[in-house]
Design a protein around this ligand. Structure first.
Ligand code: FAD
Length: 147
């Protein structure tokens, strides 16, 4: 059985490109053997990550990530059983938040700033879907967005 989980967290210190690259590189190495796919978004000091895969594997990874000292205020935004994956193409895609334009931010958040804490899990999930459709997800960590 497949599940999708979405959470938000705050970087303990402003995350630089190297930190985000390190996290994505770890994910790309470790997620495929576990059958995990997903996307990671970083902007405004906040991480938004979607994880998909078998329930036990997603649950175990979420608990490991939640204990990571590099971030805090980990909040579960959304969890559901799914018939199919939405992020099947990415061991861990990285979203370039700079490509999110003002109109898209206002569509999903109260203000024109990336802040998953201030909107519903469904809205954050819809944002990720829109970003994927708009090719804002970079598959390789070498294609660095600027923060
Ligand atoms: P080890 O590598 O043995 O590390 C031991 C401890 O140190 C752990 O608590 C770990 O969290 C911490 N740690 C590891 N590297 C550093 C570092 N550079 N600086 C400070 N502390 C460190 N991992 C995945 O496998 N898949 C993912 O999709 C994924 N997404 C993540 C998203 C976010 C926002 C963050 C912050 C981390 C993510 N990680 C992900 C990393 C994950 O939290 C673990 O660090 C990683 O899976 C290794 O786990 P481990 O138990 O083998 O820890």
């Amino acid at each position: 059985m497949l599940v999708r989980l979405l959470y938000a967290s705050r970087a303990r210190q402003p995350a630089d490109e190297d930190l985000v690259d390190t996290i994505v590189a770890t994910s790309i190495e470790r997620n495929p053997p576990q059958g995990i796919t997903g996307v990671l978004c970083y902007g405004n000091g906040v991480f938004l990550q979607a994880l998909e895969g078998a329930r036990a594997e997603v649950s175990a990874l979420y608990h490991r990530i939640a204990q990571d000292p590099r971030h805090e205020d980990v909040v579960l935004l959304h969890y559901e059983e799914i018939a199919e994956r939405e992020f099947a193409g990415w061991a861990m895609g990285l979203v370039d938040t700079c490509r999110i334009n003002t109109a898209t931010l206002l569509k999903y958040f109260p203000r024109a700033e990336f802040d998953p804490y201030r909107t519903s899990g469904r809205a954050s999930l819809a944002l990720l879907g829109e970003l994927i459709a708009g090719n804002a997800v970079v598959a390789r960590s070498a294609e660095r967005p600027r923060y």
